[in-house]
Design a protein around this ligand. Structure first.
Ligand code: JB2
Length: 219
C-alpha cells in the first residue's frame, strides 16, 4: 500500500514533536499508543488513543508504519525495547525527516531514524536504526552513528566521527573530527570531546573526565 498511515507509540514530548513534523507533511496518523497523553494533546485530539502496546497488534504490519515516539534518556531502555519487539513482529518503523532539516542525498538513514527540526546531516554519513538526531544538531561529512543513539538538541559533530550503538550525547556537546565514541556511553551536557572515548563510559564536565571500566582520564 502506498502512503501508509502512521501509528505513533508514546504520548509525551517527543511523540508530540514527531507528530507535528508528520502533520505538516500531510501524513495521516491513525492512532497514538500510550497509557496517557502527557504532551501534545492539541495534536492528538482527533486521533484514536490506544492505551496498551498490545493494541498495536490490531493493525496488520503491512497496513501501517510505526513511529517510535518514546524518547530516549540515559539508563532507560523502553525506546529500544519497543522498537525491537515490534520489529521482530514484522512491523516497519518510519524514518522521519523534518522539512526544516537538511540531509545530504549522499548519506544513508536506516529504519526508524528521526531527524528533527533544523538538523544538518552532511554527505557520506550513515545513521543506524532507531536513532534520534534531535533539534538543531549538526553532523558533518562522513560520520557514522550507531543504532539506538540519541544526539540531543544542539549536538555538533565535525567530520568522520564514529559513534557506536546506544550512545547518549546530551544537549550542546561538541565533538572534533576523527573521534570514536564507544558503545553504551553517555556524554554529559556541554562537553567538548577532543579525544576518543572507550565504550561504557560516562563523560562530563569542563575537563571531560571519563569514568567507566575503571578508567579515569582527560578527554
Ligand atoms: O510502555 C509504554 C509506555 N510507558 C510510558 N508504552 C507506550 N506506548 N508509551 C509509554 N509511555 C508514555 O511515553 C508515557 O505515558 C508518556 O506519554 C511518554 C513519555 O513521555 P515523556 O514526556 O516522559 O518523555 P518523552 O519520551 O516524550 O521524551 C523524552 O525524550 C526526548 C528525546 C524527554 O525526556 C524529552 O525531554 C526528550 N527531548
Amino acid at each position: 500500500m502506498k502512503n501508509k498511515p502512521f501509528v505513533m507509540i508514546g504520548g509525551g514530548g517527543h511523540a508530540a514533536a514527531l507528530a507535528e513534523i508528520l502533520i505538516k507533511q500531510k501524513k495521516r496518523i491513525v492512532g497514538v499508543v500510550s497509557p496517557e497523553l502527557t504532551a501534545g494533546n492539541i495534536l492528538f485530539e482527533n486521533i484514536e488513543l490506544f492505551l496498551n502496546d498490545d493494541d498495536i497488534l490490531k493493525f496488520r504490519p503491512e497496513d501501517i508504519l510505526l513511529v517510535n515516539g518514546i524518547g530516549s534518556m540515559p539508563y532507560k531502555s523502553l525506546r529500544e525495547d519497543v522498537y525491537n519487539r515490534f520489529k521482530k513482529l514484522g512491523y516497519v518503523f518510519a524514518t522521519v525527516i523534518a522539512d526544516s532539516a537538511l540531509v545530504s542525498d549522499y548519506s544513508t538513514l536506516e529504519c526508524g531514524v528521526q531527524i528533527m527540526n533544523n538538523c544538518v546531516v552532511n554527505l557520506g554519513c550513515k545513521v543506524d536504526e532507531n536513532t534520534i538526531i534531535n533539534t538543531s544538531t549538526s553532523i558533518d561529512h562522513d560520520c557514522t552513528i550507531g543504532a539506538h543513539c540519541h544526539l540531543a538538541p544542539g549536538t555538533t559533530l565535525s567530520g568522520q566521527v564514529v559513534i557506536e550503538r546506544n550512545v547518549h550525547v546530551a544537549t550542546g556537546v561538541n565533538v572534533i573530527n576523527n573521534i570514536i565514541i564507544g558503545h553504551n556511553t553517555i556524554v554529559g551536557v556541554g562537553t567538548n570531546v577532543t579525544k576518543s572515548i572507550p565504550s561504557n563510559s560516562i563523560v562530563y564536565g569542563e575537563r571531560s573526565v571519563i569514568k567507566g571500566l575503571g578508567i579515569t582520564h582527560d578527554c
